[in-house]
Design a protein around this ligand. Sequence first.
Ligand SMILES: [Zn+2]
Length: 232
Amino acid sequence: MAVAEQELFDQANHIVFLTGAGVSTASGIPDFRSANGLYTQNQNAEYYLSHRYFVADPEGFYEYCKNNLYFPDAKPNVIHEKQAALTQQNRATVITQNIDNLYEEAGTKHLVDFHGNLYNVYCEKCHETVPVADYLKSRIHEKDGGNLRPDIVLYDEGISQDAISQSLNAMANADLIVIVGTSMKVYPFAGLLQYANPAAPILAINQQQLALPVDFKMIQADATKYFADLTV
Ligand SMILES: [Zn+2]
């Protein structure tokens, strides 16, 4: 941890963390899009995780989600914990592409689940929410026979208006933006950078070098080590 970077964190009051799969891989959850991830092992992930497929083959969709997306034993790691601590001080907002509920488990106070959350499950027929434990036993809503689904953004669905407005608001008010564990290639998430307060410095902490359409400081590092060293 460079002293200048620690000072940036110490002096900021409106930090925005833009995060992705690299934060979850440190908790043992595979990255969809990385070299060894689900996405490359199965070229049809985009189809299996579409609303079109959910409607066409509810059982297949259910089996796919259950077998590939849920990691109920995964625990938050030091990246989640340090970021959560900063949100509890009302000095940070986390905007994440991750759908695994680990930020919630870490006690993150200001959090935007940009792509939804696997652990919020509802019935598409009556819109009632049900416990995830029920969903993992059956895809059918006992009450009305409707199909249950996780509240995640499928490939052919749009981002929720709430998530967009909260994200844009946080970006416009940010005094430090920190990209962690994402290559910022997936839109519309990647487009959030265009809405950043121009006065806010941007740091990117990632194992691989990033190319971004904005001025930023690249910190090529293991994010778990970086956040372990960060004093919050
Ligand atoms: Zn129902």
